[in-house]
Write a protein that binds this ligand. Sequence first.
Ligand SMILES: CC(C)(COP(=O)(O)OP(=O)(O)OC[C@H]1O[C@@H](n2cnc3c(N)ncnc32)[C@H](O)[C@@H]1OP(=O)(O)O)[C@@H](O)C(=O)NCCC(=O)NCCS
Length: 335
Amino acid sequence: MKIVPFTASAMDSYAEFWWSIYADLPYVVRADAYQASMLPAPGPTPGYFISNLQGGLGGDHQKHWAGEVTDDTVVVAEADGAVAGILIASVDSEKRAGNILSAFVRRDGRGRQAATATLQEILERFGRMGLSRAVATPDWTRGIEVENPVHLALLDAGFAWERDWSPAYPLVEYSVCLGGVLGEFRVQPEIHASIERLRKEETIEIEKVDHERFARLRRLDTGQPPEPFVGHETFVALYEGLVAGWLPECDVGKDEFGRMFGESVPEVIHGFRNRGIGKALYHLGMEEVVRQGGEYGFTGTTAHNPARLIYRSIGFRYWYTSFCLLSKRLPGRES
Ligand SMILES: CC(C)(COP(=O)(O)OP(=O)(O)OC[C@H]1O[C@@H](n2cnc3c(N)ncnc32)[C@H](O)[C@@H]1OP(=O)(O)O)[C@@H](O)C(=O)NCCC(=O)NCCS
């Protein structure tokens, strides 16, 4: 295993290696650590990796990349003359931090060696650049897969949680990411039965509402209107006319391949949880986004959140568990 310089002329072999990791999976993680669904086709191809990385190197994604990406922040490991690992980082000069965004290695013993070698190399480079801290990854929306051997390499290298590192998102934990094709998703009879039971036995009414009606509603816990939701219409669960549960998001959008994705998020007030309200709202919401053209979806939630059971119940399957915000102070530098 040896570290070799990143060269733009070898892009095809990097992309081929990346594709050899993801071709059989339902998702890909791109160089800037954002994920994309492989289905429905046509979706990402090896060229997707190249255009994404070129975008970072060209400096046109500052927000996404959380810093500057250069040839020096892309580390390539080689074994027996072939690419064995690629680690992509960025430098946030203001925070004097090096951000490890994504790392591509195989999920086997050799992958573990490549993870260790590329990680050690980037830490040395960060040190030479005068940075005080390394962070993997700085943004909770783009985590690295726990299943990626780089997770163990980071733990071995002394990375740990630092709750205060990102005050905007102080309590981010390990998350699960799930997704799948929505097809002709419809609310099934058992959910309709559950809605009927909520109505008859618990006097909880589920209603479809637009923004105007939603803005006039009040939350059961605070007496205040809920924050405006994302989408055209949403669903609410009302108890004595007050909001006990709702979908803060119920929307569709178009991805970079022209495919429509559907998104929905359930929220239920404490004391009304674990009665089937969240699941009923979410199923109704996803049926609605399918009606609006949603073809597929993916979503994430913290590892122990029961929301993952709801997401799985519409047919989404687990993609991976992710982590973020593991950090390490670099030796000999003040924080
Ligand atoms: C996530 C949330 C919406 C779930 O709503 P809910 O009305 O309590 O969920 P439901 O009653 O429909 O339960 C859905 C499933 O989770 C299970 N479940 C719910 N709470 C659970 C708990 N505390 N422990 C174990 N299982 C639980 C239910 O048994 C049910 O499983 P089943 O369909 O196999 O029977 C609610 O906990 C919440 O509002 N949390 C805060 C906001 C949030 O995190 N939203 C998701 C953001 S990603």
